[in-house]
Design a protein around this ligand. Structure first.
Ligand code: HEC
Length: 262
């Protein structure tokens, strides 16, 4: 019995510690500013309104360069949108397809289509972006140390050339044409600052500051990287509750079975 309680306690401890471990893993050259995210912790969920705004930022800004190839448009319904709303969002998007004669055509996107890729292939993507292809953003929040904190820091971490110290310019051999980012490893990044205040106009009236757009798109990309996170956490909580109930039951059984020996 004691062992059962102990293993239950270990499972519980591991479960609560797991949520904090991601935050601890951030250990790039410069320490990332920690932000509060709605999806943190064992009961965390995605902030639907923020993620919907984040989709708007992705669609109006990032989609010009970055694919999001693991998502289909219908997945946006998981952010609390109806199919009519999603159809409205994608009404101007066209995707490549083949006609009945096998000739390449473009047609309006359907809910079942994967997100449209901005470039036909990696080489074309690199050629259009000074030799560096913009990475697919489907799992970028999982792929980078620091996750959503990193995305936020990256998008807000650009320093204009005239704000750099001579020491920084020398150490990282930055020229006027380079983009200097505090949080990008090596600091010189092929992506020019994609966001600025009021780059988008939010449908829900939220003020579109640089910070707001960055945190919204990070929330959206966090969801894209792990859309089933809420289910996973819910299952975890259920399993723990079940184990606790089972532990109680086993203890009761043990007391019953051994009652005449005491
Ligand atoms: C004009 C094209 C362009 C736009 C628009 C753009 N990016 Fe990028 N992005 C790039 C390129 C090119 C790279 C590769 C940079 C490198 O490796 O030096 C990149 C890299 C990135 C990375 C990876 C950084 C890393 O650690 O490797 C992230 C994350 C990212 N972009 C997010 C975004 C988001 C979010 C938006 C929209 C708000 C956006 N980008 C808009 C071109 C773009």
């Amino acid at each position: 019995m004691r062992r059962l309680i102990v293993s239950g306690a270990i499972a519980l401890a591991a479960f609560t510690a797991g949520a904090g471990a991601i935050a601890l893993a951030a250990g790039t050259e410069v320490s990332l500013p920690k932000r509060q995210w709605h999806f943190q912790g064992p009961f965390g969920t995605y902030d639907r309104a923020a993620a919907q705004r984040g989709y708007q930022v992705y669609a109006e800004v990032c989609a010009a360069c970055h694919s999001l190839s693991l998502l289909a448009y219908r997945n946006l319904m998981e952010l609390g949108l109806t199919d009519t709303q999603v159809k409205g969002l994608i009404k101007d998007i066209v995707v490549p397809d083949l006609n009945d004669d096998g000739q390449p055509i473009e047609r309006p996107a359907r809910l079942s289509d994967r997100f449209r890729k901005p470039f036909p292939n990696e080489l074309a993507a690199a050629a259009a972006n000074n030799g560096k292809a913009p990475p697919d953003l489907s799992v970028i929040v999982k792929a980078r140390e620091g996750g959503a904190d990193y995305i936020y820091a990256l998008l807000t971490g650009y320093v204009p050339f005239d704000k750099l110290t001579p020491a920084q310019i020398k150490e990282f051999s930055v020229s006027k044409d380079d983009n200097f980012n505090t949080y990008f490893p090596g600091h010189k990044i092929a992506m020019a600052p994609p966001l600025a205040d009021d780059k988008v106009t939010y449908a829900d009236g939220t003020k579109a500051t640089l910070g707001q757009q960055s945190s919204d798109v990070a929330e959206f990309l966090a969801w894209a990287s792990e859309p089933w996170m809420e289910d996973r956490k819910r299952t975890g909580v259920r399993v723990i509750l079940f184990l606790l109930a089972l532990a109680g039951l086993m203890y009761a059984v043990k007391r019953q079975v051994w009652s005449d020996k005491h």
